[in-house]
Design a protein around this ligand. Sequence first.
Ligand SMILES: Cc1ncc(COP(=O)(O)O)c(C=O)c1O
Length: 476
Amino acid sequence: MNDLTMPQEAGFDRSRRPFDLAALIKDREPERYQLHTLYMNEMMVRALRTIGFDVAFQRGSGQYLFDKGGTRYLDLLSGWGVFGVGRNHPAVRQALETVLTADLPNLVQMDVTALSGLLAERLLQFVPFLDKVFFANSGTEAVEAAMKFARGATGRANIVYCSHAFHGLTYGALSLNGDATFRDGFGGFVPGCVEVPFNDLAALEQALSKRDVAAFIVEPIQGKGVNMPADGYLAAVRALCTKYGTLLVADEIQTGVGRTGRFLAIEHWNVEPDMVLLAKALSGGHVPISAVLMRRKIFESVFNRMDRMVVHGSTFAKNDLAMAAGLATLEVIESERLIQNAARRGEQLLAFFKPFAERYELVKNVRGKGLMIGIEFGQPRSFKLKAAWTLLESVRAGLFCQLIVIPLFKDHKVLVQVAANAGHTIKLLPTLNITDADCTWIEGAFDSVVADAHRVPGAVWSLGKTLAENVRKGSR
Ligand SMILES: Cc1ncc(COP(=O)(O)O)c(C=O)c1O
């Protein structure tokens, strides 16, 4: 390479031995749990060991995970929903590699990029009733932005949210969190945040009627519990928000980007919110991202003068890797017809699971849309089962579900977890590309484990005894 083509000006000495990340990972991989115990969240490591999830996953491909022995697992967590298109999708990787090899300037800040403009354009094609996009780096940041946009646009201070809502864990979002376990010990919160019960229109109207509420934020289907909106709830919410001049914000961070069989879950109810929040699956899982889609008027009321052009933002937002991954992800969603697949597989799984509520006394309810499905367990009626349930639940609320989750993992290689802390709903949140064979895998695994749980004494309840002892020890 001569002086003209070699970018000496970059100041990189390319003759130096490159940093060997692969060797580092290989050498230190066996220490992963030790490193976390020493330097990070030891409680996480203890929990993984208690439930036997400490298999040290090595590889991910599509809907599958592989442990160090090469055993394949079907992943029904999809990284809390970020791997809509599946892990390590080649199109997303290709887009990221393209960005890296192009030596793009990235984050010049006093410039704008085509990539972010293109992703905004593409997103708005999926949500044609909105006009503008604000990008951020995580779900909770999108919520923070929505709170500021809503206050800025309306001049009102209050924000209404629902009980059991989950919008993230930074202070604004935490102030809209409807679950005490996340809030306890962290007060005081952002003022003006008012909770109403989910699905309660009278309470919402009362909260909005003073016309001092900037926004009502709602997950069309609540992630913590897979709680479904009652028929007509979201349409009536829309009408109430319009009546009282409150902005309707749909938090589609979990439900969006095809998860429920539509691009947005709220489309199932034909409702057009004023703001839509997306994150998680939007960048295919590789790079953090979030987006706030909104009406022009809201956007322009905040970015209303040149000297306010950076009045809200975040340094890494709109970075090239996130934008490119977002574009690739949306392309995959469309070309692989993943939204249609989510709808079809979701119907198939729901049709299989719905009869569980009649067939098995431990199953109380099955609900969901597309590939967001909740199976709710509850206290059984028969004497022996009820006694076993009560004993276990007295050790810790929600412990019963681990008796389902553990054998699913250990015996059937299905990775799944509960929908909410201390709750009794197991949530299925697979990648959107699951196949007929995967559905058969899920169905066989659940059928076998749930049937076993109805045998007392039996393997499931002996596991319950051990688990209860471990939990008791762990709490000391
Ligand atoms: C509905 C909803 N909103 C917001 C968030 C917060 O997103 P993040 O974890 O990226 O901050 C989540 C995360 O689970 C979510 O499910």
